[in-house]
Design a protein around this ligand. Structure first.
Ligand code: ASP
Length: 309
């Protein structure tokens, strides 16, 4: 049997070290463990990488600790607009949704776009119409309400400020979520889901749902899920850039991901990190922030759940 592996992240905007308590750390690690196990179990049962990343991301979306699904941040209007993407590295099939509301698991809708539509990327009212046609139930605002996140929003509401989890001075605990996996066939996949930025306006869309930017998968190079200052990740076409360095410069997964996060992204002023896996089940998880909620598990017996560098 070929080696298999999974890596997940819960965002590069972690609580500053000084603010982390043992209780909070435990809560984050438990949530990461649940998602990691969900994905890993799929791979262990000989399931596909695409199923593994979907399961892991759904578990992270169901946790209020992360800025995706249930824990999504507030928009300027006091609502939630979520983005998600999923990509299959074997077929290069991909699905993405943006500016959606009321959907419990945005990554499922992205997967439906990939599997049950002729399109790759649906946004806003159209994406919601698609969900309706597939009989998705809509959760009301109470499902997405989180006290702390609401407080964050109240502090900057009615101002022009918008806030990335990563740029918070105080409690920067929220984060985009993602998963990458390599299954027993050597097929890779990536999924990413986010509520975006607190107080965002104008239909702002970040990197997370953009194929090749916040999310990408290709068996011949790697599968990548990003987290960080979306505007910079978009300019740097980060996920595809990592794949290109492997393809055109023959870099290893580790070298390519380090080059992108520690050099290229920094040069243009971006902060954040990514998780990546290749078809040999190698994993890289570089970040240039203080921490990144992250975890990995491989068929060779390595398991790791970490928050800081
Ligand atoms: N990259 C996400 C965005 O810009 C934010 C994050 O990673 O937390 O929407």
């Amino acid at each position: 049997m070929k080696p298999f592996s999974i890596a997940i992240h819960g965002g590069a905007g972690t609580l500053l070290k000084g603010m982390m308590t043992p209780e909070k750390e435990l809560a984050y690690k438990n949530a990461l463990q649940i998602a990691l196990d969900k994905g890993y179990n799929v791979l262990e049962d000989k399931g596909t990488a695409i199923e593994a990343v979907a399961q892991a991301v759904m578990a992270l979306e169901d946790s209020p600790l992360f800025n995706a699904g249930k824990g999504s941040v507030f928009t300027a209007e006091g609502g939630h607009e979520m983005d998600a993407a999923i990509m299959d590295g074997k077929t290069l099939n991909a699905g993405a949704v943006s500016l959606i509301s009321g959907i419990k698991n945005p990554v499922s809708l992205a997967r439906d776009v990939m599997e049950n539509s002729e399109h790759v990327f649906l946004a806003g009212a159209g994406a919601m119409q698609f969900a309706k046609e597939l009989n998705y139930t809509l959760e009301d605002d109470r499902y997405f309400y989180d006290e702390l996140r609401h407080q964050q929003w109240l502090e900057i509401k009615d101002t022009d400020a918008f806030q990335l989890d990563h740029s918070l001075k105080k409690d920067s605990k929220f984060g985009t979520v993602g998963a990458v996996a390599c299954d027993i066939h050597g097929d890779v996949a990536a999924a990413t889901s986010t509520g975006g930025m607190t107080n965002k306006r104008y239909g702002r869309v970040g990197d997370s749902p953009m194929i090749g930017v916040g999310n990408y998968a290709n068996n011949s190079t790697c599968a990548v899920s990003c987290t960080g200052s979306g505007e910079y990740f978009i300019r740097g076409v980060v996920a595809y850039d990592a794949a290109c360095l492997i393809e055109h410069k023959s870099m290893s997964l580790e070298e390519a991901c380090n080059e992108v996060i520690h050099k290229r992204l920094l040069q243009i002023g971006g902060d954040g990190g990514l998780i990546a896996v290749d078809a040999k089940a190698n994993i890289a998880m570089p970040f240039n922030t203080e921490g990144m909620y992250r975890a990995l598990k491989t068929s060779s017996g390595t398991e790791q759940i970490s928050i800081y560098g």
